[in-house]
Design a protein around this ligand. Structure first.
Ligand SMILES: Cc1cc2nc3c(=O)[nH]c(=O)nc-3n(C[C@H](O)[C@H](O)[C@H](O)COP(=O)(O)OP(=O)(O)OC[C@H]3O[C@@H](n4cnc5c(N)ncnc54)[C@H](O)[C@@H]3O)c2cc1C
Length: 389
């Protein structure tokens, strides 16, 4: 073997989780078994999975991206991905609530807050006493985030916020909003990030969305009407908001990629259970070959895309830029979740379409993984831009 081959081999891990992460994964499986039994009810009624989120907080699952000195477990992005795949394989409404709190809010605050700001907000966020929400999208600003109009005007030692954010996950339940606002005219450098507490006068929950999937998760409009936010709630410097938003989404997309992996895995499990029951008169498996091929392809993609997701998570944990890799993970896993859930509904037939199994819920939940935190075609643009840069 040449020296180059030897040193390359030495750098490649064995693609398995460490014993500590395997133990953590088992703890999450126990949590799912004990607290996510109501996933169907949460979807059907629909209702916010408050008990499940509270139990997650008690187990320290709302602070995996917070440093230990601020009360977090600091397990990082890879552990968060492992956790979110498990939770989303059972209840994606609970999964997205936990993903947004950890990957979009806590990790953003950990990176961009001053020490004083962290000491102000983390004690409540790490215990789950407060939930966080990430407020970027508006009526005319979705994929084109820099088109946002919600404004913040400086007035003495306050900013006065006016405007509305749309489609905000955990909107009706959150006590802390990270809000992206316009503080200047420049399309990109005129955007700033600020924390607005939900209890402030002038901050209110508007329209509640009726959604296709993730029905248990709260998705609302958040309205700001002359809301006076103390100037010391600004994150970073004025004009850094767009940079903060995009950097945070690189990590957030790993949460959604893990959600998609969880949905895909649950779909493959349903297919395997269904085909496994089909036996000939001698008790040998006799599921149709096309169904077996579909299952085989989905299972292979699931393993491949999990590694794609974990690669980006490890890069982010090392402090490396992972925009391209994280977009690859999200676009591949989200499309896989949709293929897998669609196959589950088809292969299970009546049981897939009727709600007698989780298949139709998985299909409705899967659709959304291709829309939020960057639609699939936007991810493809991000990847292409990364490759051509
Ligand atoms: C359930 C749910 C929860 C959400 N939670 C949050 C939240 O917590 N916080 C938040 O800020 N937002 C949230 N959103 C909003 C979400 O991030 C946006 O829906 C998303 O960014 C897409 O924006 P849009 O809906 O305006 O669609 P559009 O931007 O109009 O996109 C529609 C389609 O057009 C395509 N498209 C758009 N522009 C281009 C282009 N330049 N090139 C090629 N194709 C293009 C897209 O790929 C997509 O397929 C949530 C959305 C949903 C559905």
């Amino acid at each position: 073997m040449s020296d180059t081959t030897t040193s390359a081999a030495a750098q490649v891990s064995d693609f398995r989780l460490t014993p500590e992460l395997v133990e953590f994964q088992q703890m999450i499986r126990d949590y799912c078994r004990d607290h996510l039994g109501a996933a169907d009810v949460v979807d059907r009624e629909p209702r916010f999975p408050r008990e499940a989120v509270r139990a997650a907080a008690e187990k320290g699952l709302l602070c995996t991206t917070v440093a230990k000195e601020y009360g977090g477990t600091d397990l990082g992005n890879l552990a968060s991905c492992v956790m979110l795949e498990e939770i989303n394989s059972v209840c994606a409404s609970t999964g997205v609530t936990i993903s947004v709190h950890n990957s979009l809010v806590n990790s953003l605050l950990g990176k961009w807050c001053t020490d004083e700001q962290k000491r102000r907000w983390f004690p409540k966020l790490v215990t789950g006493e407060w939930l966080g929400a990430y407020c970027l999208s508006e009526a005319f600003s979705g994929s084109d985030a820099a088109a946002l109009r919600c404004e913040a005007k400086r007035d003495g030692d306050h900013y006065v916020l006016n405007g509305a954010k749309l489609w905000i996950t955990t909107g009706s339940e959150a006590e802390l909003f990270v809000v992206f606002v316009r503080t200047g005219e420049d399309r990109v450098k005129g955007i700033s990030a600020i924390v607005a507490e939900a209890s402030l006068p002038g901050v209110s929950v508007g329209k509640k969305e009726r959604k296709l999937g993730l029905k248990g998760s709260s998705t609302t409009e958040i309205v700001f009407e002359d809301a006076r936010v103390p100037a010391d709630c600004l994150l970073g410097a004025e004009g850094e908001g767009f940079k903060i938003a995009l950097d945070t989404l690189d990590g957030g997309r790993l949460g959604i990629a893990s959600q998609a992996l969880g949905i895909a895995r649950a779909s493959v499990d349903l297919i395997r259970g269904h085909l496994g029951q089909q036996k000939d008169h001698k008790g040998r498996p006799n599921a149709s070959q096309p169904d077996q091929w579909q299952m085989a392809d989905l299972a292979a993609d699931l393993d491949a895309y999990r590694l794609l997701t974990w690669r980006a998570a490890v890069m982010r944990d090392r402090g490396e830029r992972c925009g391209t890799e994280s977009a690859m993970a999200k676009s591949c896993t989200a499309r896989l979740a949709n293929r897998a859930a669609r196959a589950a509904v088809s292969i299970l037939g009546q049981g897939g379409a009727s709600g007698a199994t989780a298949a139709e819920r998985l299909l409705r939940d899967a659709r959304i993984t291709e829309i939020y935190e960057g639609a699939t075609d936007i991810q493809r643009l991000v990847i292409a831009r990364g490759l051509l840069a």
